[in-house]
Design a protein around this ligand. Structure first.
Ligand SMILES: Cc1ncc(COP(=O)(O)O)c(C=O)c1O
Length: 344
């Protein structure tokens, strides 16, 4: 049995029982291997290591109030991985294979699934890499699909603690017609210079503007942007942001709670008109933003500061957070069929 203190978990790696691996050899997927060692054997010439031929997913398993174990919308993650793989030109697992491996990973690591009430969960990290030896820049013929998992708590330390973020006008995470809408590892490497700088300045996250015109809000380094104005949920429409499954669910939740929902370009000038602003994503569903600082460059002293709320979560954001997490933990009726029960 694991001796983890669930209340102390953050978003960091914990060694679990097994990782699952399947290899596509150019024509078929191998039988899934389950390894207790989380080091993998890989050619040093693998395309993933040289040309970022890599994409991944992030989803969670939750222990419900009724003791049942649920995954949240895993078929959406499977589809998004298939989109990312298609962009990279590599083979992806079918939706059925993806979900079966997620479920098996949960079963083999069930002692790492935090109990109901801890607000923690088991994070699954399906990872797909181009794995055959190659020198030229080309899509890999062989790919390797790996299912990793790790118990996690709140991403930033405290659930629903408001954070300060900064707009990085002199950095982009993705090019105008590039990879922004795909969950490829390269996007995250590209965000590190600005993220490290933002951390040095005391900010928890970076908010990027649309890379083509710098007039509109795009998204954060690892989450989507949303705002609340009156009774309206507003979130950016952009071709350079990741289609977040949490955001998609929040739009439905907001409508179900009687709110208006707008997905449209969000000009920077609109920032002072919002009542609540937040990040959304699988890691914590919603992280409220307290101060949003707009700097002409991260190296500049000049800044415009927008402040939302008093450091706690706004009322509408909290309602939305509860709506989604109550479904994830089996407390609220899952009327849209978002969860998938895992037989243990
Ligand atoms: C860049 C980026 N945007 C948005 C999200 C949120 O997506 P999802 O809600 O599917 O987790 C993520 C990942 O969590 C991300 O890395």
């Amino acid at each position: 049995m694991t001796e983890l203190d669930w209340s102390k978990l953050t978003f960091s790696y914990t060694k679990t029982n097994t990782i699952l691996i399947s290899h596509f050899d150019g024509s078929k997927w191998s039988e899934v291997e389950s390894n207790s060692d989380d080091y993998i054997r890989l050619s040093a010439f693998a395309g993933a290591l040289h040309y970022s031929i890599e994409c991944f997913e992030g989803l969670k398993a939750f222990r419900g109030k009724d003791g049942k174990v649920r995954l949240f919308r895993p078929e959406e993650n499977a589809k998004r991985l298939q989109r990312s793989a298609k962009y990279l030109g590599i083979e992806a697992p079918s939706t059925e294979m993806f979900i079966q491996m997620c479920e098996r990973s949960v079963r083999e690591n069930i002692e790492f699934l935090p109990p109901y009430g801890s607000r923690a969960s088991l994070y699954l990290r399906p990872t797909l890499i181009g794995s055959n030896p190659q020198l030229g820049v080309q899509s890999s013929k062989e790919s390797t699909f790996i299912l990793l998992c790790s118990p996690v708590g709140a991403y930033t330390g405290g659930v629903l603690e408001a954070i300060d973020v900064v707009i990085a006008r002199n950095y982009d995470r993705a090019a105008p017609n590039g990879t922004g809408a795909f969950k490829v590892g390269g996007n995250y490497g590209a965000s590190l210079a600005s993220l490290n700088k933002a951390h040095e300045l005391g900010f928890k996250a970076v908010l990027y503007l649309d890379p083509a015109t710098k007039k509109y809000i795009d998204e954060f380094n690892s989450s989507n942007f949303f705002a609340i104005k009156g009774n309206t949920y507003i979130t950016p429409l952009s071709t350079t942001i990741l289609p977040s499954i949490t955001n998609m669910s929040l739009e439905v939740a907001a409508a179900d709670l009687g709110m208006e929902v707008e997905r449209r370009p969000v000009p920077v000038e609109e920032l002072p008109t919002f009542d609540e602003v937040g990040e959304c994503g699988t890691a914590v569903v919603i992280t409220p933003v307290h101060k949003l600082v707009d700097k002409p460059s991260l190296e500049s002293e000049e800044e415009t500061v927008y402040t939302y709320g008093d450091g706690l979560c706004g009322e509408k954001s909290l309602q939305l957070f509860n709506y989604i997490t109550d479904i994830q933990y089996g407390v609220r009726e899952d009327k849209f069929g978002w969860t998938r029960e895992v037989e243990i």
